[in-house]
Ligand binder design. Structure first.
Ligand code: PEP
Length: 253
């Protein structure tokens, strides 16, 4: 599987700034990088179609930052997996810690969304990670296993379906401080083991990528690239800075 680099623009850019950033990316990210890796842009919903239009001649993928678990109906404000697929999105971030924290998303909701994404042909980017408090109480391994198992139990991956699991230590996201790569390595192994409890080995190795997210920048990215099970990055803040984002893409091997 190709390495994947996912840009999470969060709620940082209005449509003008989104257009500007997408235009810069289209101009500046070398095609060769886009051919050998997957680079997925997740703008805010209000800018999605504009960004899709700008990137359509290029090899970027498109994702949303959240979806709902039903395809259609009276669910005010929800983003339908089916409709976002029609809009050209092939990825959806699910269970980001900011949504778990501010919108009280539960593991059950994350599970439903993951299932719905797959059913619509959208690859889930499932976010798991411990808070600082959980880490201080030595609960990191339990949290990672529990979040992965609750999100994925009962889900089968067909040969043409993929899943991305993003390890995002909540206390590192947006903090500007970087995680010791040995800690990311440990988390990758825990997640890999949890996945092996849920899926056959060939599915874990061929259909699932484990990626890292949390204050990754042009300086620290290289520290994670060689880790066992490393499948790519989820990038927040640094994805808004074109040169830094390109530097991360180039370092991802
Ligand atoms: C994120 O929010 O998914 C993230 C990784 O953010 P940052 O890179 O800014 O820590």
């Amino acid at each position: 599987m190709k390495k994947v680099i996912i840009a999470n623009w969060k709620m940082n850019l209005g449509f003008r700034d989104s257009m500007k950033l997408a235009t810069e990316l289209a101009k500046q990210v070398p095609e060769i990088e886009l051919g050998s890796k997957e680079v997925i842009i997740c703008p805010s919903a209000s800018s999605l179609l504009l960004v899709a239009e700008i990137l359509k001649e290029h090899l970027f993928g498109l994702g949303v930052q959240d979806i709902f678990w039903e395809d259609q109906g009276a669910f005010t404000g929800g983003e339908s997996p089916k409709f976002i697929y029609e809009a050209g999105c092939r990825y959806a971030i699910i269970g980001h810690s900011e949504r778990r924290q501010y919108l009280a998303e539960t593991d059950e909701m994350v599970h439903q969304k993951t299932k719905a994404a797959l059913a619509a042909g959208v690859t889930p980017i499932l976010c798991v990670g411990e808070t600082f408090e959980e880490r201080s109480r030595n609960l990191t391994d339990n949290v990672l296993m529990s979040q992965a198992i609750k999100a994925l139990s009962g889900i089968d991956l067909l040969p043409n379906e993929q899943l991305v699991v993003a390890y995002e230590p909540v206390w590192v996201i947006g903090s500007g401080r970087s995680l010791d790569p040995s800690e990311a390595q440990h988390a990758f192994r825990i997640i890999y083991q949890a996945l092996l409890d849920l899926f056959p080995l060939h599915v874990v190795n061929n259909n699932i990528r484990i990626i890292y997210g949390g204050s990754v920048d042009g300086v620290n990215a290289s520290e994670f690239v060689g880790l066992e099970h490393f499948g790519g990055f989820l990038i927040g803040g640094a994805s808004l800075r074109v040169e830094e984002f390109i530097s991360i893409i180039k370092q991802t091997k």
